[in-house]
Design a protein around this ligand. Structure first.
Ligand SMILES: *[C@@H]1O[C@H](CO)[C@@H](O)[C@H](O)[C@H]1NC(C)=O
Ligand SMILES: *[C@@H]1O[C@H](CO)[C@@H](O)[C@H](O)[C@H]1NC(C)=O
Ligand SMILES: *[C@@H]1O[C@H](CO)[C@@H](O)[C@H](O)[C@H]1NC(C)=O
Ligand SMILES: *[C@@H]1O[C@H](CO)[C@@H](O)[C@H](O)[C@H]1NC(C)=O
Ligand SMILES: *[C@@H]1O[C@H](CO)[C@@H](O)[C@H](O)[C@H]1NC(C)=O
Ligand SMILES: *[C@@H]1O[C@H](CO)[C@@H](O)[C@H](O)[C@H]1NC(C)=O
Length: 378
């Protein structure tokens, strides 16, 4: 299974019109081999697939890699065809900064840069994560751009509204530190059936004792949460949330995600969709399972949920119901985003940044797990 880490080491992004042979939508992904990186982009016309690159500070474009493209028909009203180009850069020096551009002699992209993966088992990756950042009103964007340029993050996870690829995000290769991070598609029955079996099989694989010993953290990322205390009528506000428990009024019945994640000992579940921030006490089946009441996040007996969908978009904020549920630990309607650091195999640190309060950290927890997997629940 191809596991990709969507690494958004966003450099400058040019607003180039979608003409002919000009590369668009350039992004990088991690193919599960620590010394490799895949560069992907699209063009309207068929062109060669070339990446020219080199180590930052060295001779510009000293290396060339070639790949190929496949045609993708957009299912919109125009059935617009685009070419999706993929080029794998291999034999990279670990943890080194690289500069590249992609395209062909018919048109090159802007210059971008990335840092290849650090292979050290004690590498402690730093993430920024958020959901629902739109083109309009992207309030947190400038702060994130600056912090990224300052080298504060190894990767940015955007819990997006309609990912086209479906899945996948994994830190599979940073050995015992990272778990597998899943992208769960926007909830929809047809997609659910296609995805559920994939998800189950991949969780099973990630949770195998030998895999978990190397990469203990399993972190899921899904767009629509199964819990929330917002005052809209979204699925997560219902006790019988479809995402949480599935539904029986369809044929075949649709499975829910709560039991699946619990069964495979998912440590942390990241969600968006609600344009607010909410941290939950460890929760399963609507009941709180604190590690202890003094230290709820030290060896919790159920997964921890974070809903971080307030980066800023056209629909602005959502509101909360006045009285939070028992499982709700902290709520904020400030625009902002979350920082996550996987410190080591037992410690994971999370903090919430308020953009409204000029970057103030308004919430923080350290999740401590001396044991991972479903056995940790008992
Ligand atoms: C790109 O493709 C379109 C449609 O296939 C064609 O009309 C156009 O001439 C091409 N442009 C270039 C620069 O090749
Ligand atoms: C592109 O190259 C990859 C790797 O060599 C190969 O698996 C894939 O089938 C190729 N795709 C096309 C459309 O040629
Ligand atoms: C990789 O990470 C380790 C552990 O954090 C660190 O000591 C080392 O300096 C990093 N390697 C590079 C080349 O930055
Ligand atoms: C669906 O039916 C099964 C078996 O009767 C039951 O265990 C489950 O709770 C039901 N789910 C929902 C969402 O009603
Ligand atoms: C969980 O821990 C928090 C923090 O100590 C506490 O406020 C809450 O009441 C606890 N919940 C349960 C069910 O013990
Ligand atoms: C992980 O880091 C924490 C905080 O620095 C430390 O207390 C703990 O002993 C470390 N755990 C392991 C297994 O190294």
């Amino acid at each position: 299974m191809a596991l990709l880490l969507l690494l958004c080491f966003c450099g400058s992004i040019a607003a180039v019109p979608p003409v002919g042979s000009q590369p668009e939508q350039v992004h990088i992904s991690y193919p599960g081999v620590s010394t490799s990186m895949v560069v992907t982009w699209t063009t309207v016309n068929k062109t060669e697939s070339v990446v020219e690159y080199g180590v930052w500070g060295g001779k510009l474009f000293s290396h060339t890699a070639k790949g190929n493209s496949s045609v993708f028909i957009n299912e919109g009203p125009e059935f617009r065809a685009v070419y999706i180009h993929r080029v794998t850069l291999s034999q990279l020096t670990p943890a080194a900064p690289y500069v590249y551009h992609c395209g062909s002699d018919a048109g090159w992209s802007d210059i971008f840069y990335f840092t290849s993966l650090n292979e050290s088992a004690s590498f402690s990756p730093r993430f920024a994560l958020f959901g629902d950042m739109g083109n309009e009103n992207p309030q947190s964007l400038s702060r994130l751009q600056k912090e990224t340029q300052m080298g504060m993050y190894d990767a940015i996870l955007h819990i997006v509204i309609s990912p086209t690829t479906g899945i996948v995000l994994a830190c599979r290769d940073t050995r015992r530190i990272c778990g597998t991070v899943y992208f769960y598609l926007e909830y929809g029955l047809d997609l659910l059936f296609r995805q559920y079996e994939w998800l189950r099989a991949d969780l099973e694989e990630a949770n195998r004792p030998e895999n978990r010993a190397q990469r203990p953290w399993i972190i899921t990322m899904g767009h629509r949460p199964m819990y929330c205390s917002n005052d809209d009528k979204d699925d997560c506000t219902q006790f019988q949330s479809y995402v949480r428990i599935g539904r029986n009024d369809t044929k075949p019945a649709a499975p829910g995600l709560e039991d699946l994640f619990y069964q495979y000992g998912v440590d942390l579940e990241l969600w968006a969709h609600e344009h607010t921030y909410e941290r939950l006490w460890p929760v399963y089946d609507y009941k709180v399972f604190n590690g202890s009441s003094e230290e709820p996040y030290v060896n919790p007996k159920a997964p921890v949920h974070i809903i971080t969908g307030s980066a800023g978009c056209r629909e602005k904020h959502d509101g909360f119901i006045p009285k939070p549920r028992d499982w709700s630990a902290f709520r904020s309607t400030d625009y902002g985003y979350t920082r996550m650091r996987l410190i080591n195999s037992t410690h994971l640190y999370l903090e919430q940044v308020s953009d409204d309060q000029y970057g103030k950290v308004i919430d923080q927890i350290t999740l401590v797990k001396e044991k991972h997997g479903p056995d940790a629940w008992h």
